[in-house]
Design a protein around this ligand. Structure first.
Ligand code: AP5
Ligand code: ZN
Length: 214
């Protein structure tokens, strides 16, 4: 099964993708993670995108399509792919369709995770992540069991993202409404859209996704 998780910043795409990777052996393709890896590697492209990301703007279609193409053509999607944070523009959606055709894969569902802005602000400003295994946490919704110690790997190296502040979040939300929300209509028209309540608790959201995947 190949799915897109579509939703604004903080909707829970990464959280749910990680669960699907664990439970269904799917492969998570997060363009945000790929871009942060490029930044951490110190590559030329990484340097160029870091500033764009810190302003909360979208990186060019060309760069993210290239990243996805690289992953899709190198195979390895046992339980299928989860597109997390991609596509984010209509040209990206068209490019994804072409790429999937080329490698002979189908797109089985586009899951829209509906949220409201208020919830998104508190999710983003309360978010932290384990710097070693990547597990995501939240100050109130999903804190570590022991203060500052990762439940998964025991690391104490907790990180916050450079773009997780209220000001940058405002531009990320603007970008979402302007460039990404048109994809809701695009996939609805193709009969592929499934909308779920992203405001529910993490396990309830997971159950809605499972149902939407059939
Ligand atoms: P990206 O990394 O994709 O960030 P995003 O879309 O802003 O999404 P987030 O990762 O912030 O949120 P999420 O939905 O994954 O939420 P999470 O599960 O962590 O993109 C970053 C930047 O990269 C972009 O701004 C852009 O510059 C660039 N970029 C990336 N892709 C691009 C593309 N295709 N084209 C162009 N540019 C691109 O959850 C958030 C918090 O809430 C966590 O703390 C979590 O524990 C908590 N939480 C999760 N679910 C629940 C729940 N159900 N109830 C309560 N709390 C919850
Ligand atoms: Zn960890």
């Amino acid at each position: 099964t190949n799915i897109i998780l579509l939703g604004p910043p903080g909707a829970g795409k990464g959280t749910q993708a990680r669960k699907l990777v664990e439970e269904r052996d799917m492969v998570q393709l997060s363009t945000g993670d790929m871009l942060r890896e490029a930044k951490a590697s110190g590559s030329e492209m990484g340097k160029r995108v870091a500033e764009v990301m810190e302003r909360g703007e979208l990186v060019t279609d060309e760069i993210v399509i290239g990243l996805i193409e690289e992953k899709l053509t190198s195979g390895g999607g046992g339980g299928g792919f989860i597109f997390d944070g991609f596509p984010r523009t209509l040209p990206q959606a068209d490019a994804l369709r072409e790429l999937l055709d080329r490698v002979g894969l189908s797109l089985d569902a586009v899951i829209e995770m509906r949220c409201n802005d208020e919830a998104l602000v508190s999710r983003i400003t309360g978010r932290y992540t384990c710097g070693d295994c990547g597990e995501g946490y939240h100050e109130t919704a999903k804190p570590t069991t022991r203060d500052g110690v990762c439940d998964v790997c025991g690391s104490t190296n907790m990180k916050r993202r450079a773009d997780d502040n209220e000001e940058t979040l405002r531009s990320r939300l603007m970008e979402y409404y302007k460039n990404t929300s048109p994809l809701i209509g695009y996939y609805y028209a193709k009969g592929q859209l499934k909308s779920i309540d992203g405001l529910a608790e993490i396990d309830e959201v997971a159950a809605s996704i499972a149902e939407a995947m059939g």
